[in-house]
Design a protein around this ligand. Structure first.
Ligand code: ARG
Ligand code: ASP
Length: 699
């Protein structure tokens, strides 16, 4: 009786709290949300957001590179995104002599803007539900056949939507394949750096403040999209001209306050709101703890050495940020999932669903089958985590991985650029220390069936993991570019290189003992999840819970809306939603690399001369809002009720990061950079008034 009551309460909580807010909505069907958006303060129409007949805001939002979002802010192709999104490009242009990471970079004229081979900006031309076309002829087939038929159908759909154009298109499932959408993009490939603040502004607070509030990071960078003379995409050329976007955002400097409507338009990469309880258990109790521990080992080492040598600091800056970012996110995610008791709630919900499904042949076995598949995949999934985070995290094996792709079929002695780039940022003595710890941890934690016999033998021969790794680094030709070159010139037999042997031994083990099982069980889980999500929709409808479903993020364009909003991160604490220059100055510390602001900013502060950017005697810096965002939303425009740009999204608080699995309206906040701080820094630190003049600013 008590248990039944508990379940009933949990179910109620689950549907009322968990699903009361949050959501990443599909732009082409935003009409269905517009009433709710208007009730919350939005002033424009669905067509202003998304239209394929005339220009709409979707034309001002881009996929920046492979993982971030960017937005157009001028009629001349000026684009804003985050500093951390353009960081690796800026790093490539930087050296100890020209340290743009440290000093920032401002092109005072267009000729000085820095090109970035390989970097793209993708504009969405249209999206459309193509479910019927994708599923044609799939009925009555088994999982494997269905997959093959769908693949063929998808090829046809893509061809139909891109025929006679230079567009690219991709078809992606939503709701685990209950629906399919096509996304057609126009891809610009001449994207140049225009302006970046010094890292002491753009990365202010470093890893200490990453995922934290109060925040004072000026995480922005300007790029410009270039086009051929016809305004169409063209490869880099001196003769290219600034792209004229169909739409760009006006900038509002009117200011923001608690509870103002906000909307985020961007490309969240991945959420798993409908994940089965066992999947959450795997993340919380196995995968996250293992990955966090392995990354702690790498970070400890990098942080030791970077203090001693500025060259190592530059070489490892991007790597460290990358490793630390997910490392901290997982810690917050685990805390959040534990606090919310997500697993218990999911189990209770699944039990209630299972009871309901008892009389429905289609859904009757789905819960039991999901449990079985998750128990089958468990060990393999964990080995995969260790393989990626321990073995392939050894940089030397990444060097082998690159070489493996060209070495055997290249007759020339020249080393390809990608391999040289690797050595440019590589310090074997750092990697050697890390490799010892990672390999030892792998061999300690993973059952022998997943440790290659050759590796066990080699380690035994050497006497210990440490000695084995020392020998390997002493003799492998992949440790430096010079050794590799000499090896090629002298006709070395690479198959006998100890690094290649280690690499191949693990790859072979992974391919034969892990990959195919992972694939098989994942395919089964996907198919069952598809049924389960469809079942949930039916179940909720029958129960009249009024729950609205939104599809998980899948790196396609989405809209999230919410409000500027503080919150309580813990008992007796309230976070206010707006940070200012005063708080930034309070954190300033010339002795701490991550908090050492430019002298120029100190000088400006000491005279309080903020000119046009003065707001009540200070300058606003960052703000909190209650939009449901995820990785990939970095760089996304934060818009006010009139669709004007008020900020650039760049983060969440770390206690929010379980929002990828469960969104908690009380706790989950995204962090935006106030556009007024962007303009202030552009003007006063960058001295780039010409950029401000280029934008349309509504005061
Ligand atoms: N946490 C933000 C996001 O997930 C910013 C990451 C980059 N910054 C950093 N300090 N690592 O991407
Ligand atoms: N910082 C993330 C990004 O780079 C955004 C987030 O996870 O909230 O996309």
């Amino acid at each position: 009786m008590k248990k039944a009551l508990f379940i009933a309460i949990c179910t109620l909580l689950y549907s009322s709290v968990l699903f009361s807010q949050g959501g990443m909505w599909v732009p082409s069907s935003i009409k269905e949300r517009i009433k709710d958006m208007k009730a919350k303060g939005f002033k424009l129409s669905a067509e202003d957001i998304y239209d394929i007949e005339k220009a709409s805001y979707k034309d001002a939002v881009v996929i920046f590179g492979s993982g971030c979002t960017g937005e157009m802010v001028s009629p001349d192709g000026l684009m804003l995104t985050n500093h951390h999104c353009g960081f690796s490009e800026l790093q490539k242009h930087s050296s100890v002599e020209h340290d743009y990471l440290k000093d920032g970079f401002w092109a005072m004229k267009k000729e000085d803007e820095l090109p970035n081979p390989g970097l793209t900006a993708k504009f969405l031309i249209r999206m459309e539900d193509v479910t019927d076309m994708v599923l044609t002829g799939t009925e009555g087939h088994n999982v494997e056949e269905e997959k093959a038929i769908k693949r063929k159908n998808i090829d046809k759909v893509v061809q139909k939507f891109t025929e006679g154009t230079k567009y690219i298109a991709e078809v992606k499932p939503i709701y685990y394949g209950n629906q399919y959408y096509i996304y057609v993009y126009e891809v610009y490939e001449d994207i140049r750096i225009v302006g970046a603040p010094p890292s002491s502004i753009g990365k202010f607070g470093g890893e200490t403040d990453n995922w934290m509030w109060p925040r004072h990071t000026g995480d922005f960078m300007y790029f410009r999209v270039y086009a051929g003379k016809d305004n169409k995409p063209a490869p880099y050329s001196k003769d290219n001209v600034p792209y004229k976007p169909k739409k760009y955002f006006n900038i509002s400097t009117k200011g923001i306050k608690e509870s103002d409507f906000t909307m985020i338009y961007g490309y969240p990469a991945r959420t798993q709101q409908y994940l089965f309880s066992s999947g959450v258990d795997d993340i919380l109790n196995y995968s996250n703890p293992a990955k966090i521990k392995l990354r702690t080992m790498r970070l400890d080492e990098i942080r030791q050495v970077r203090k001693s040598d500025p060259a190592i600091r530059i070489a490892y800056a991007y790597k460290e940020a990358n490793i630390a970012n997910a490392w901290k996110k997982w810690q917050g995610e685990s805390l959040g999932l534990s606090r919310l008791k997500t697993i218990d709630k999911k189990i209770a919900y699944e039990e209630a669903f299972d009871k309901w499904a008892n009389t429905k042949p289609e859904y009757k076995n789905v819960i039991a089958d999901l449990k079985t598949q998750y128990s089958l995949i468990h060990d393999y999934a964990l080995v995969q985590d260790y393989y990626k985070e321990a073995i392939m995290a050894i940089e030397l094996l990444q060097a082998v991985d690159i070489a493996n792709k060209w070495l055997s079929n290249s007759s020339s002695a020249a080393i390809p650029k990608i391999q040289s780039d690797f050595y440019h940022d590589y310090y074997p003595e750092v990697d050697r220390k890390i490799a010892k710890k990672l390999l030892a941890e792998y061999m300690n934690k993973i059952p022998p069936a997943f440790i290659p016999q050759d590796v066990i033998t080699e380690v035994q021969l050497a006497g210990s993991v440490d000695k084995y790794i020392d020998n390997l680094f002493a003799t492998s030709l992949f440790v430096t570019e010079d050794r590799l070159k000499a090896g090629i010139t002298n006709g070395a037999i690479f198959a006998e290189d100890p690094a290649i042997k280690l690499y191949l031994a693990f790859r072979k083990m992974y391919e034969t003992n892990v990959r195919k099982y992972l694939q098989e069980y994942n395919t089964n889980i996907e198919a069952l999840q598809k049924t389960f999500v469809r079942g949930q929709q039916e179940y909720e409808k029958e129960q009249k819970t009024g729950k609205t479903f939104f599809p998980d993020a899948n790196h396609t364009l989405r809209i999230a809306y919410g409000a500027i909003s503080g919150y309580s991160p813990e008992d007796a604490v309230w976070y206010m939603p707006i940070s200012t220059l005063d708080g930034l100055i309070a954190k300033d510390n010339p002795l701490d690399y991550d908090f050492d602001i430019p002298q120029k900013l100190r000088d400006i502060y000491s005279t309080s001369n903020y000119g046009r950017w003065d707001v009540n005697g200070t300058v606003p810096v960052c703000f909190l809002a209650s939009n449901h965002t995820s990785g990939g939303n970095s760089g996304s425009p934060v818009l006010n009720s009139k669709g004007e740009l008020i900020g650039i999204n760049f983060d969440r608080t770390w206690t929010s990061t379980m929002s990828d699995i469960e969104f908690d309206p009380e706790m989950c906040r995204n962090i935006g950079l106030d556009i007024r701080y962007v303009l202030f820094i552009t003007d006063k630190i960058g001295g780039a008034k010409h950029l401000i003049d280029e934008m349309e600013i509504i005061e």
